[in-house]
Design a protein around this ligand. Structure first.
Ligand code: FAD
Length: 442
């Protein structure tokens, strides 16, 4: 019973503030257990001291001003599906849960303006009813919020056409600073780089405007190949083919497809599989292309069934890892960027070094306009030392690693964080926003 807790209750009321242990514990966790390294470090982390569930911007600003006055850390949260421990309040304080702010404010031609707690699945359904659709979304779209995706994710289904979050997939954001009197900023253009994938360290987003694409009818396909090399060559050709509109190209080496138990009747044994979403009517072209690389079209889900059954995308991106972990709890994964010009050689070297300790799963994307083979390889986890030995080897042959076993922004998927640190000093002068997630000098 800290003094500030009574003050906070007085200020915001029991509609907004929650102190019970069960809620605090639940909302102080995310999917960090996904990583054996993070699980080890975070499973005994103490929960937040209190939870705020604001219903509008005014209440968000009130929580931030309150935290500033009493110097209490504030860790913001969407749905908590992030898997790097991003939403875990390392130093206690307040968890600011934005899931109640879930109004779709405006859908216009080519854009949607949303409160941050809108779930991406709800958004896509609504957009599709209006003849449009989201351009990119994570495989967790059913639960994930738009604010959590922009602040803690990177890309997903659709990234093969539209790139990741940094490629124009956020148009504008409303951001609150953590100062004595929080400022309401409307951020657009280049400045957005200081907020995309920031883990809520440089400001609290309350509203986001995202671009929409015209609605496409998607056919879901599993293409099968005798070898993984063939599936990769096919995938590269399809990725580069501008005439075939697609949303997903995910090649996986055997036995990865064997982990997808709901598909066991339709997956072919000892074959590499490529999970695809392609625009209706283009299957004949894709079939010819698959055949030219020694493969064929296996399972097909017609466009009428899109989102009405479990889809192929439910086995891609980081969901591939989830199905693998369900089959064998010793599996974990990495995030890696291979070179377009030499990925075959890089794959060969890795196989020679590690054999089936590393299993390949790629996601083809367009990054900064360029077709890029990104990889979420599965790794049989032996120890932290061994994992970092594998990471070291990847890096030694020119494969870039975006480490999914750290909650520190500087070491993860974000890349250079210099301008974000400057922004943090401006927007959060007391260093109270999600402390511990970014290394910086105050
Ligand atoms: P949360 O986990 O609640 O938050 C994520 C981070 O953003 C936290 O640091 C939080 O503090 C911060 N944050 C949340 N809301 C705000 C806000 N309004 N303002 C400022 N900061 C905020 N990610 C991908 O990019 N692509 C994938 O395909 C993908 N697949 C996944 C599959 C699985 C099985 C799992 C477990 C995770 C996957 N993820 C993926 C990670 C994660 O699910 C997504 O990034 C998701 O969009 C996060 O949304 P969320 O609402 O759950 O965010």
């Amino acid at each position: 019973d800290l003094e500030w807790e009574k003050e906070m209750m007085k200020l915001l009321g029991e509609e907004v503030v929650v102190f019970d242990m069960a809620t605090r514990e639940k909302l102080s966790k995310d999917y960090y257990w996904y990583s054996p390294v993070l699980d080890n470090r975070l499973k005994d982390n103490k929960p937040a001291d209190g939870v705020a569930l604001p219903r509008n911007e005014e209440e968000v600003a009130a929580v931030l001003a309150f935290g500033y006055r009493y110097q209490i850390p504030v860790t913001v949260r969407g749905a908590g599906t992030g898997n790097y421990g991003q939403a875990v309040p390392l130093q206690g304080g307040i968890v600011l849960d934005l899931s109640r702010m879930d109004r779709i404010l405006e859908i216009g031609e080519g854009f949607a303006r949303l409160q941050c707690g809108v779930r991406l699945g709800v958004m896509d359904k609504t957009a599709r009813e209006a003849g449009q659709e989201i351009r990119i979304y994570p495989s967790t779209y059913v639960k994930a919020t738009v604010g959590g995706f922009v602040s803690g994710g990177s890309g997903g289904i659709g990234s093969i056409t539209y790139g990741n979050l940094w490629d124009g997939n956020v148009l504008e954001a409303v951001v609150y600073t953590m100062e004595e009197t929080p400022k309401r900023l409307v951020v657009a253009g280049k400045e957005l780089y200081d907020y995309i994938h920031n883990y809520g360290t440089t400001g609290i987003m309350t509203e986001v405007t995202i671009p929409l694409a015209p609605r496409t009818e998607w056919v879901q396909v599993i293409a099968q190949f005798p070898s993984f090399e063939q599936s990769m060559r096919f995938s590269e050709a399809l990725a580069k083919d501008g005439a075939i509109h697609k949303r997903l190209i995910s090649p996986m080496e055997w036995p990865v497809p064997s982990y997808f138990t709901p598909l066991s009747k339709v997956i072919e044994s000892d074959m590499a599989a490529v999970m695809l979403e392609i625009a209706d009517g283009l299957l004949p072209e894709v079939e010819v292309l698959a055949q030219s690389y020694g493969g064929h079209i296996g399972h097909v889900i017609e466009s009428e069934k899109y989102r009405k059954t479990i889809g192929v995308s439910d086995f891609t991106w980081n969901h591939t890892t989830l199905w693998a972990m369900k089959t064998d709890a010793t599996l974990t994964y990495l995030q890696a960027g291979f070179n377009l010009g030499s990925y075959m050689e890089q794959m060969d070297l890795i196989k020679k070094q590690f054999g089936d300790e590393v299993l390949f799963h790629f996601e083809w994307i367009r990054s900064g306009g360029n077709v890029t083979p990104t990889c979420l390889p599965l790794v049989f986890y032996k120890s932290e030392e061994r994992l970092y030995e594998i990471i070291g080897y990847f890096e030694s042959i020119g494969v870039k690693i975006f480490d999914p076993h750290t909650w520190v922004l500087d070491n993860g998927g974000r890349g250079e964080v210099g301008s974000m640190e400057r922004r943090k000093r401006q927007n959060d002068p007391q260093g109270l926003l999600n402390p511990g997630k970014i290394n910086y000098v105050m």
